[in-house]
Ligand binder design. Structure first.
Ligand code: ATP
Ligand code: MG
Length: 375
């Protein structure tokens, strides 16, 4: 088991700069998830850690040792890819044993490791089968098993569940969480699925265009997003954003105006803001209340009834789209006029650059766990 530290990692492919000054510390036994939209550099960063790609600049340290010039095979890491990359002509057993045989490990030791991993992954009964005779979920388990038998210092997983159907993904997600708990291993997991990130991670790293937007525990990112991008990326359905303008800053907070709506006074400290400054009001769908005496009127454009919960996609003041997520079932139909309220204590405000204004009573989460690169 190991900890890992990235300091000022950059990666340039030809004329494209795809990873920018990434600093990160991964603690021993931690489950760290890289999340971000397609093309933001998640796989590239993972491949740099694995040694499959060379960093253009910056240092990669494992347990205090700089490994930039250590080959992938000697870093003691194991990578699981989205495409399981199993050998089709080999049995499950052989697929798992192959890497160890190459390292000339004694046969009895290989056998013990393969059987232990198979037991852990519940694929013991398939050891004699070829990959083509397995389901997607079983193949993915073999791919993970092949990493487990190597007893790596760090597991690197690149979207390992994305080839599975929705139901199996949920199942495998829970199994991965259990596996991490049993192995106590350091894991770095790449996904573009924020639900996977929220449910699996001890620590989430949100990437955008090759830059770290925020690092933190899942609920810290959800409750205290550092900026509008993280606020919109973490949480489903997405946070509602409404363009707003500062009317005044007073002792009771900031009063903002959203076009077409009555002014809202929100509990924020606005000492640094200038009058009329452009802001964005953020409100999670789960915090918008549909209630008869709500301050705001909206027209329902879509009403989704899932049985246990409902989603109302509304148009407010003719121009703002607001989604309401409520528990239970709702009688509301398309075209209905409804009233809603935005509880001020749940509001978020972002400045014109997208940076979150600090909320009262909440320690501001900027980029915690960043590495002190001077050391
Ligand atoms: N070998 C390469 N040469 C040039 N550009 C590359 C190369 N590999 C990746 N890129 C570019 O680097 C950027 C980051 O790619 P990367 O594969 O790391 O993204 P990702 O976050 O893993 O995306 P996805 O979610 O789609 O897998 C992309 O714009 C990609 O086109
Ligand atoms: Mg990728």
């Amino acid at each position: 088991m190991a900890n890992l530290r990235l300091s000022k990692i950059n990666k340039v492919f030809g004329s494209v700069h795809v990873v920018h000054d990434v600093d990160l510390e991964v603690l021993d036994g931690e489950f760290v998830v890289f999340v971000g939209p397609s093309g933001c550099g998640k796989s590239t960063l993972l491949r740099i850690i694995a040694g499959l790609e060379k960093a253009t600049s910056g240092a990669i340290e494992i347990d205090g040792e700089v490994v930039n010039d250590v080959s992938a095979a000697e870093r003691g890491l194991a990578m699981v890819f989205q495409s399981y990359a199993l050998y089709p002509h080999m049995s499950v057993y052989q697929n798992m044993a192959f890497g160890l045989e190459n390292n000339r490990m004694p046969r009895a030791q290989i056998d013990a490791r393969v059987r232990e991993a198979a037991r852990m992954l519940r694929i013991e009964e398939y050891l004699g089968r070829k990959p083509k005779a397995l389901s997607g979920g079983q193949r993915q388990r073999v791919a993970i098993g092949r990493a487990i038998v190597r007893k790596p210092r760090v597991f690197l997983l690149d979207e390992p569940l994305s080839n599975l159907d929705a139901e199996l993904r949920v199942l495998m997600r829970a199994e991965l969480a259990g596996l991490h708990a049993r192995l106590g291993a350091t894991m770095i997991y790449v996904t573009h699925d924020q639900v996977e990130a929220m449910t699996l991670a001890d620590k989430i790293v949100v990437l955008r265009d090759g830059r770290v937007e925020q690092v933190g525990r899942p609920l810290d990112l959800y409750n205290h997003p550092a900026n509008r991008f993280v606020a919109g990326f973490i949480g489903s359905p997405k946070m509602n954003f409404l363009p707003a303008r500062l009317l005044r800053a007073g002792a009771d907070g900031l009063t903002v105006e959203v076009a077409g709506l009555a002014p809202l006074t929100l509990p924020f400290d606005g000492a640094v803001l200038s009058p009329r400054q452009e802001l964005t009001l953020g409100m999670r769908p789960t915090h918008v209340r549909h209630q008869a005496d709500g301050e705001f009127a909206g027209t329902v454009e879509v009403s989704e009834q899932l049985g246990g919960e409902s989603y109302l996609y509304c148009r407010v003041a003719g121009e703002h789209r607001v989604v309401i997520h409520a528990q239970g079932q709702s009688e509301v139909r398309r075209g209905d006029e409804i009233r809603m309220s935005f509880p001020p204590q749940h509001a978020y405000l972002f400045d014109a650059e997208g940076t979150a204004l600090p909320r009262p009573g909440a320690a501001r989460q900027t980029a915690p766990a960043a590495v002190d690169v001077a050391s």
